[in-house]
Design a protein around this ligand. Structure first.
Ligand code: ZN
Length: 152
């Protein structure tokens, strides 16, 4: 479930790494500290490590919306930080695509697109399609939900 959540953090523009390798809890925490990351986990045991404070964020939630609220509340996460500025596949920061790459975009979409971005790592193009519009709507809703809650 946190993997899906990680995609949303990436969509919001946060430098987000997921861990698939068989690192021990201690190694995972050390890596997070070294890379100056927050470690989001559903494993409460990680809180018990000596250097966990300030790095480990324990998410006690089963629903995506609860995780969204938890991060908004606990660390004041801005869901509209830098939307769609990172590659959804590899987390690399996107750069403006060279004009010569535009011909890869399907012809029926090409005439409507502006601001095409490129991942130099995956060789993948990103442009504002309906998928991005839908996701932007969700991120905006999450950002405003937080403002509404904190204003009370
Ligand atoms: Zn990429």
């Amino acid at each position: 479930m946190l993997k899906g959540f990680a995609s949303w953090l990436r969509a919001a523009g946060y430098d987000t790494s997921t861990c698939d390798s068989g690192l021990s809890d201690r190694e995972l925490l050390q890596l997070a500290i070294k890379e100056q990351r927050l470690l989001l986990t559903r494993d409460k045991k990680l809180l018990e490590f000596r250097h966990a404070a300030g790095t480990v964020i324990y998410l006690q939630c089963n629903l995506l919306s609860d995780c969204v609220d938890a991060l908004s509340t606990q660390i004041g996460l801005d869901w509209l930080y830098k939307p769609f500025s990172r590659c959804m596949l590899c987390n690399t920061e996107l750069i403006p695509a060279a004009e010569c790459l535009y011909e890869r975009i399907p012809a029926n979409s090409r005439k409507h697109v502006t601001n095409v971005l490129y991942c130099p790592c995956c060789d993948k193009l990103y442009w504002q399609g309906s998928h991005v519009h839908r996701m932007t709507g969700t991120l905006t809703e999450w950002a405003h939900r937080r403002k509404k809650d904190t204003a009370v």
